[in-house]
Design a protein around this ligand. Structure first.
Ligand code: MRU
Length: 372
């Protein structure tokens, strides 16, 4: 595979003044307004960072949880501490399966070790998970680039028009991103392209995507979520490219709320709808998307708008009265029939049971075996 320049990272290991292992994260609740690094020192810090979305994105919350476990075991490496830490971290966010997957991998690696070996082993296993994520995203980028190159060849006289939703860039992973990895690779290969970035109410992760693309010098335009259907039906989008938080055995995809509406519009127009995700996002123990738990988040995320106040400082503005009933599901399920292909580190794969089993045989046999 051709080497491309890696992107920045939203998480890094560090040592404090007493030479204690710590984890520094880029606080995504402050972006795109301010670039603030936060230091995680304890299990509680890591759980809170995941829950309040200082770190976000399925792969990144899995990696943060792995490091959170390492922080916990550095203080107490007993069986009880290990089990309690896994339960505590797993409950932070329910939909993205990468969280549960990373914690189970850590537990399986650590539980048979003597307690005095667990802390060092936890740090190195968390590093291994992080580096695997970076490698998987590089592969997703290379496979996705080929798809984009073929699409672009059909429109030689104008830039390729892509649409994305939420943020599935380097901020949501260890490096490069999932849905944005092919965009970065195509841009590096000088394929002319432009990205429609939907705002992604209520947490506005689209602003993070716009910030990433701005930094990379990639042409893009922010749109309100409600503008997506118009653009797709006007044939102003060649392909929609999104990430995923969990993919069931039949190929149904859980992703940020609003993804399914784009898929419906894309299917109506015969526009490609690609999902880019590492195999850590598969949950073949679930037969379909109907079994995926959908996180319902605090209504205040909908009632308040965040931004910069007139004094230039980040602030919240109340747009919906405190007592107003609101419902804030954070994810939706796109039926497999609306997905053109799932791009993983192994390449593009049709979204159906037979193809997923064929492309990911090890994961398929280990996860479906548990359900039979
Ligand atoms: O709630 P978030 O911001 O953690 O959700 C992330 C998403 O849903 C992204 O769209 C994404 O595709 C999955 S992470 C690469």
């Amino acid at each position: 595979m051709k080497k491309t320049t890696p992107s920045p990272r939203p998480l890094r290991r560090s040592l404090d003044a007493e030479k204690q292992e710590r984890v520094d994260i880029l606080d995504q609740t402050q972006l795109p307004w301010r670039k603030v690094w936060l230091r995680l020192e304890t299990l509680a810090d890591a759980e809170c960072a995941i829950r309040i979305m200082q770190v976000r994105g399925a792969p990144l919350i899995g990696v943060t949880a792995a490091y959170g476990l390492a922080l916990a075991l550095t203080r107490d490496a007993s069986d009880d501490a290990l089990n309690k830490a896994v339960i505590h971290l797993a409950a932070a966010r329910p939909t993205a399966v990468n969280l549960a997957w990373a914690l189970e991998r850590m537990r399986a690696h650590l539980q048979h070790l003597p307690p005095d070996e667990r802390s060092a082993a936890a740090w190195s296993e968390a590093d291994a998970i992080a580096e695997e994520d970076a490698r998987q995203n590089a592969s997703i980028g290379a496979h996705g680039q080929k798809l984009l190159q073929n699409l672009a060849a059909g429109h030689p006289r104008r830039p390729l028009q892509l649409m994305t939703h939420c943020n599935a860039g380097w901020l949501a992973t260890v490096e490069r991103g999932t849905a944005l990895a092919p965009v970065y690779a195509a841009h590096a290969a000088k394929i002319p392209l432009h990205v429609w970035v939907s705002e992604t109410r209520p947490r506005n992760q689209g602003l993070l995507t716009a910030w990433e693309l701005q930094q990379a010098g990639i042409p893009h335009t922010l749109i309100a979520d409600n503008a997506s259907g118009l653009l797709i039906l006007q044939n102003r989008v060649d392909a929609v490219l999104v990430g995923a938080d969990r993919i069931a055995a039949n190929g149904d995809v859980a992703n940020k709320i609003g993804s399914c509406l784009k898929a419906l519009a894309a299917a109506r127009q015969h526009t490609s709808f690609y999902v880019a995700a590492p195999s850590t996002t598969f949950d073949f123990s679930l037969a379909s998307g109907a079994d995926i738990p959908i996180e319902a988040r605090d209504g205040e995320e909908l009632r308040l708008i965040s931004g910069l106040a007139a004094n230039g400082k980040p602030a919240h503005l109340r747009q919906i009265a405190e007592g107003e009933a609101v419902y804030n599901p954070a994810f939706d399920i796109t039926p497999a029939s609306l997905v053109t292909a799932i791009i993983t580190e192994n390449g593009p794969c049709p979204a159906n049971r037979a193809a997923l089993a064929l492309h990911h045989p090890d994961k398929w046999s280990s996860q479906t075996a548990k359900t039979t």
